[in-house]
Write a protein that binds this ligand. Sequence first.
Ligand code: HSE
Length: 437
Amino acid sequence: MEPVKVGVLGLGTVGAGVVNLLARNGDEISRRAGREIQITRAAVQNPAKTRECDTHNIQMGTDCRAIVEDPEIDVVLELIGGDGQAYDLVMAAIANGKHVVTANKHLIALHGNEIFAAADEAGVVVSFEAAVAGGIPIIKAIRESLAANRIEWVAGIINGTGNFILSQMNFEDVSFEEALADAQARGFAEADPTFDVEGIDAAHKLAIIGSIAFGIPLSFEQIVTDGIRQIAADDIEYAEELGYRVKHLGIAQRQDNGVALRVHPTLVPERALLANVEGEKNAIMVYGDAVGPTAYYGAGAGAGPTASSVVADMIDTARMMSVDPSGRVPHLAFQPDQITEEPILESDEFICGHYFRVQVADKTGVMAEITRMLAELEIGIEAILQKDPPTAEDDARVIIITKPAREGTLHQALEHIRALPTTRDGVVHYRVAEFED
Ligand code: HSE
């Protein structure tokens, strides 16, 4: 059979990883794909730059358009990133009848609905396994291996930089800024690291996960997103005293009234699997009604792990090229006419446990007043801690973890607590997760 000819847009760390992987495992890859996969062209900003791979057999150039318009190219591998030029080129590739493989979560999260509709219309495949959790085959697991299940929830550490920073702050006693600089030096932070620390990168990935888990359109704009920059070392310490670890999670969960899509710092019981994932590693748990809880762990970034997913997508594409489009795996797991809108819940509707910390006057009856307010709103208490604040000798810090409660009701309680004459400052609030391992 004729080899599959691939044109690459962008040949940085991941692109070089792909070229190297195809060179190293080419024979095995051909045995699996049923035909050889060849990278024949690459478009880069500076063709004179030394690459981390052998480019002798690749026609190097600067013109991305020439690749997406080249009739010899079967598959366009988009590794530019972002949703500007990458969007135009992917849409042009599809219009020209080319299959696309991309690692671009930003592009898929924001424009996936339109891209997949165009791809279905053109009868081509757009693959994006590497867009979520790097080397972990989570897209395939949810979309294909768990296809018999009704997915109830997905919860995971899907940003390696954020997890690395939290681990460093926890175990190495380094500051947020030092940990971030280290993540950048190691190459897994985004070009714009605010995407990592503000939770945007994780929200891009969660939009994809939520869509393929529940059969809903990609809904990036409706994801409730909090980052890790504001997490205080004191709260990490108090959480630990209460038996929890603070992790930055992406959560997609069915509730009776709709779907919760949220990315935020989360207290996780210390014995839970997700609590023990450290460094830049990613881990995702998926609960299907038939299979129960399942877990997926590995490298969420890096040349080798990302290339692993990219090349697997190329192999899938090589196999699917000869399959009638109606028989292919749907892009978003459900048949395109079966993607249905579901209410995406506002944060007030989330049901979960809550951690809050409030500084109060250290007087008899204050704790009783706070717990009375929670009881009035039928919010159960899981754990209570009282601490001396670092300053203000006449004050105390009250830290409470609640049982699962509607977030809007919790905020009502917090409003009352804020208004008490004995309350000294603002209230710190985090959500708590209790996902079954
Ligand atoms: N910046 C991302 C992370 C890279 O830290 O997880 C992989 O998407």
